[in-house]
Design a protein around this ligand. Structure first.
Ligand code: OAD
Length: 245
């Protein structure tokens, strides 16, 4: 296993998944007791499922939104926000998470490739608005006034993830790629490490509770709870970097 020794990195891309928010009390998807062991993702995370049973889909996201409002960022979110503040070069945080714990921890340059739970979207007029209450089929869009078209602003299976052009440009140009708290089973995010390796010059690091599906593609691998390994890694990384003036 490689370790970072005396390197100076210029351009950093961080990918996060559900594992970074697990210790904030938000369930992951595929761990024991994960969301996809309790629900069929075809029912609650596909456009077809929404067409079949919108009430079930709204109930699923309403419950998750309520949980999120009670959750607080943990030490891993805070460490990543601090990393961004102190990072002297290019920085991009790409998250598969629909929670807003990174923002609440202070992260700024952040892309939610799977959308945001605290926003809703009108399929009729395209309006996207912040939303904290429960949502149902009876709610009218505040802009176009048409009912029945509002949905959570999240990406479902079979839909295009968001901001991919910007993400791939950053992956291609980075010299350090961190993948944190993700099982590496869902594409396109699962393919990011291969993309970075193809560009050929970045150091790649996996930080996770356990080895992910694509762990062998990472040059460096650190395993443990995110609240422990992420702050420790960030401290080590910032210790190696010249500070921003
Ligand atoms: P998963 O549930 O697939 O994987 C979570 C990963 O986090 C696993 O590898 C766990 O070992 C790890 N983990 C759990 N607790 C942790 C902790 N305390 N510290 C560090 N790591 C921990 O979640 P994702 O990989 O994020 O997409 O899932 C990717 C996508 O699949 C999600 O964005 C979602 C889901 O279906 C959509 O809904 C479109």
């Amino acid at each position: 296993m490689n370790v970072v020794t005396g390197n100076r990195f210029r351009s950093l891309v961080v990918l996060t998944g559900a594992g970074v928010s697990a210790e904030s009390g938000l369930g992951t998807f595929r761990d024991k007791d994960g969301l996809w062991t309790q629900y069929d993702l075809n029912d609650v995370a596909t456009p077809e499922g929404f067409m079949r049973n919108p009430a079930l889909v709204h109930a699923f996201y309403n419950a998750r939104r309520r949980n999120l409002l009670d959750a607080v960022p943990n030490a891993a979110h805070l460490a990543l926000a601090e990393l961004e503040r102190q990072w002297p070069g290019d920085f991009l945080l790409v998250t598969q998470n629909v929670d807003d714990l990174h923002e609440r921890a202070g992260s700024r340059d952040l892309l939610h490739m799977h959308g945001e739970l605290r926003k809703i979207r009108c399929e009729n007029c395209g309006d996207i608005v912040a939303w904290e209450a429960d949502l149902d089929q009876a709610t009218d869009c505040a802009r176009c006034r048409v009912g029945g078209y509002l949905r959570p602003h999240v990406v479902w299976f079979g839909e295009m993830p968001l901001y991919m052009e910007r993400v791939y440009a950053a992956l291609e140009g980075c010299d350090l790629f961190l993948s944190i708290g993700t099982s590496g089973l869902v594409y396109p995010a699962a393919g990011f490490v291969a993309e970075v390796r193809r560009a050929g010059r970045a150091h790649t690091v996996e930080l996770n509770l356990e080895a992910s599906d694509g762990h062998s593609l990472f040059a460096e691998r650190l395993y443990g709870p995110a609240t422990e390994i992420v702050p420790a890694y960030v401290a080590r990384l910032l210790g190696l970097q010249p500070q921003a003036s």
